[in-house]
Design a binder for this molecule. Structure first.
Ligand code: UFG
Length: 344
């Protein structure tokens, strides 16, 4: 694909993975157009993106379901690809507010697919999740592993994948790629964009960095009696900068998708336990992390990591960054955010 001024719509482009993907797109010569209603992201991110990329960022403060206004954006720019990140993503919250998850996650997807059809957008990349593997019986999981769900959030990802599958049958001009992310961690090397949870973090690494920064008293490790070498859960932590690059690779490859949609695991293929993450954090930062063991968290699975053969071979993408780089950049970002909030 000749990337010269190709316009790519990035929904949720001010969010954690979206913002890193915007950087990756600009580095590759694309013109990203951000669609974000900032319900879960900070407007400030746009300015930080402009600094990182030294370019003007085009963005629209609009919800994905506002097709009327979005048609205006599509009429203004020749959009050749859509990367659809915008969605609610907290497992626990989805248990309390399933209808909000159905409305936002399905509603946004439907309007983006409608627009893709109307404006004949050739590539559509969708943020899926390893959550679609539920509690897997066999590890590592590959793209053929059985899919299920154990939360309304997981349900929205599984059903969204199926919706896209059905949709492209009726509209084969749109080539779709479904990326099943494992656990995204880390931040951009500038330390100015990263994961910025609103309130108390659900995810492990932001909780660790906030604890080390003194925002939280201590980390609770959820469960110590899992059937794993150190008794804590194992996940496949993928650096967000690597993950962002996988989106660009998916966009470039989707032109030639014979199978439609194509689905890929995006992980490192390596499992790391909660205790290993804590130890690595302490080693890298030289800070002692206050933590205690607590009961298992509802809905947590013992272990998951990716088989990455397909993504390595077909997308020609491999994760390059280490967990140490992820931890170190997250810690830099945490300190940046603390300073920023102090000033505000
Ligand atoms: N953990 C703790 N203490 C904490 C936070 C997390 O011990 O304060 C543990 C969890 O129990 C788990 C591991 O750290 O063992 C990772 O937990 P995260 O919440 O960071 O990530 P999850 O694997 O639970 O969730 C991630 C994504 C979800 C996605 C899911 C799919 O955040 O969006 O993977 O498995 F659905």
């Amino acid at each position: 694909m000749n990337t010269e001024k190709k316009h790519i719509l990035v929904t949720g482009g001010a969010g954690y993975i979206g913002s890193h993907t915007v950087v990756a797109l600009i580095e590759k010569g694309y013109t990203p157009i951000i669609i974000d209603d900032f319900r879960n992201s900070n407007k400030d991110v746009i300015l930080r993106l402009e600094k990182i990329t030294n370019s003007e960022i085009i963005y629209f403060n609009v919800a994905c379901q506002d097709t009327f206004r979005l048609k205006g954006v599509f009429s203004q720019f020749p959009i050749e690809g859509i990367i659809h990140f915008a969605a609610d993503k907290a497992v626990g919250e989805s248990m309390e507010k399933p209808l909000m998850y159905f409305d936002n996650n399905f509603g946004s997807l439907i309007s983006m697919l409608e627009l893709a059809k109307e404006f004949e957008v050739k590539s559509f990349v969708f943020s899926s999740s390893c959550t679609v593997y539920g509690d897997p019986k066999q590890i590592p999981v590959n793209e053929q592993s059985p899919v299920s769900y154990n939360s309304p959030y997981g349900f929205t990802k599984k059903v969204s994948e199926e919706m896209i599958e059905q949709f492209v049958k009726s509209c084969p001009i749109v080539k779709a790629t479904l990326l099943r992310y494992f656990n995204p961690v880390g931040a951009h090397e500038s330390g100015t964009i990263g994961e910025e949870p609103d309130g108390k973090p659900n995810n492990l690494l932001p909780f660790i960095t906030q604890t080390a920064a003194g925002v939280r008293d201590e980390l609770t490790v959820f469960g110590k009696d899992y059937d794993t070498p150190d008794g804590t859960c194992i996940r496949d932590y993928i650096h967000v900068v690597d993950l962002a690059e996988a989106h660009v690779a998916a966009l470039e490859m989707s032109d030639s998708n014979e199978v439609n949609p194509k689905v890929f695991n995006v992980g490192t293929g390596k499992g790391t336990s909660v205790l290993e993450m804590i130890k690595a954090f302490e080693k890298i930062t030289g800070k002692e992390l206050p933590y205690k063991f607590g009961p298992r968290r509802d809905g947590d699975i013992k272990e998951i990591f990716a088989n990455t053969d397909k993504v390595n071979k077909e997308l020609k993408w491999t994760s390059r960054k280490t967990i140490e780089e992820a931890i170190s950049s997250s810690w830099t970002f945490e300190q940046y955010i603390r300073e920023l909030r102090k000033e505000a």
